[in-house]
Design a protein around this ligand. Structure first.
Ligand SMILES: Nc1nc2c(c(=O)[nH]1)N[C@H]1C(S)=C(S)[C@@H](COP(=O)(O)O)O[C@H]1N2
Ligand SMILES: [Mo]
Length: 388
């Protein structure tokens, strides 16, 4: 047994949830106040184009949230963002077989009944698409309670052989990729290093907010890797393959590959890197006017590292601490609120930033010249509005 296999995984998970993943910031329950109260008014942002509107959910297309309208800690299933790159296969629960293949002592073929008979874990996790961006006001995001069974326990039971270093997850959705001069049929696939697959809190999820996993979110089974960008969460999952080499599929090695300058052993290089863990990020999503003044709200998201603070800055003022929703937990999104009592009439620019317990601070996009591609859009996101 290796060291990683001896960790009491579930206890760790529980304490992580109980601690809420928040180190040193005020805990206030306010999610129930997200809906507009009587006499409260939404102050429109002037950075939102007049024609910006979120289209309804259409089969086969992308759906995103209107983040200005976040009203609940758990994103409703029918409004949770949707991204897929191939088709959206309809798979009857009774027909699904999940194969565990490759470098394992005990290859498996699991039915949904087998999977549901295993110990169930429920975990709150928010995630965003690695391609989430300012132009969509960061609407490729959602937060839900996921129910499923431990990936680690399943892999332990399969018995990964010493030569196995990579775990590949395949969905049953398919498309054709032109690779050099060959049109090759592909299933959506993503992989993780064996240490990430065994060392994290990943589950095979079949429930979303207490309901069976919806069709567009990968029914009947998907991978859910708390703290990772959405692309890791393979939908319509039907095969887990353990191999002795890196997986080089499109969404691992060519797409969802971010570009940044990095010190590589003393030499600064442009590095291409697969999108994996969620980068520390926050954004303001709404401002309301009420009897006491104005309230600014937003969210923060990261890889599960506990937060130190979320702060708000108004124009050229100081950074001031916001309150974090007490429902926030390790991997959930963290909704925040900032009371703005004496807003002066006129135009304002407001922005948030989040800091984690390791002292990592969300920077402005301008402070990150080394960060190039649009993947992992985690720079500070200033918003503009006019106070009447
Ligand atoms: N099988 C499969 N899984 C997939 C995808 C896909 O195209 N096919 N898209 C990924 C991407 S890029 C994202 S952002 C998330 C979106 O999950 P959601 O649609 O449930 O929000 O699913 C991931 N899992
Ligand atoms: Mo994505």
């Amino acid at each position: 047994m290796t060291e990683r296999q001896e960790q009491p995984r579930r206890d760790f998970l529980k304490s992580g949830l109980a601690l809420g993943g928040i180190a040193a910031t005020a805990h206030l329950p306010f999610w129930s106040e997200l809906a507009l109260a009587q006499g409260e008014q939404l102050v429109p942002f002037t950075d939102v184009p007049a024609n910006f509107a979120v289209p309804p959910v259409v089969p086969g297309s992308v759906h995103y949230l209107d983040t200005r309208e976040i009203e609940t800690f758990y994103t409703p299933n029918d409004d949770f963002y949707i991204v897929q790159h191939y088709d959206q296969p309809a798979i009857a629960e009774n027909d699904l077989r999940v194969a565990i293949t490759g470098l394992v002592d005990n290859p498996m073929q699991l039915t949904m009944r087998d999977i549901k008979a295993r110990p169930k874990i429920e975990i709150d996790a928010g995630f965003e698409c690695g391609g989430n961006r300012d132009a969509l006001f960061h609407g490729l995001i959602g937060n839900a309670r996921w129910g499923g069974t431990s990936l680690r326990d399943l892999l332990d039971e399969a018995g990964i052989q010493d030569s196995g270093i990579e775990v590949v997850f395949y969905g049953s959705d398919k498309g054709t990729e032109s690779i050099r001069d060959t049109d090759a049929e592909q299933n959506f696939g993503r992989s993780m290093h064996i240490d990430d697959a065994l060392g994290g809190d990943a589950i095979l999820a079949y429930e979303m907010n207490g309901e069976p996993l919806p069709h567009f979110h990968g029914a009947p089974l998907r991978l859910l890797v708390p703290g990772w960008y959405g692309v890791a969460n393979v939908k319509w999952l039907n095969q887990i393959h353990i191999q002795d080499r890196r997986y080089m599929g499109r969404f691992q090695a060519r797409d969802y590959v971010t570009l940044a300058r990095r010190d590589v052993g003393g030499i600064e290089r442009w590095e291409e890197r697969s999108v994996t863990k969620i980068r520390l990020k926050s954004a303001i999503v709404r401002v309301t006017q009420n009897a006491g003044g104005h309230t600014i709200m937003g969210f923060a998201l990261n890889d599960g590292t506990p937060l130190e603070s979320i702060e708000v800055k108004i124009d050229d003022g100081p950074w001031q601490a916001a309150e974090i929703d007490s429902q926030a937990s390790r991997y959930s999104w963290k909704l925040f609120r900032f009371e703005w009592p004496n807003a002066s009439p006129g135009e304002h620019t407001i922005v948030s930033r989040v800091t984690d317990v390791n002292g990592q601070v969300q920077e402005t996009a301008g402070q990150m010249p080394e960060k190039r591609t649009r993947w992992e859009n985690y720079g500070q996101f200033p918003r503009t509005l006019v106070i009447a």
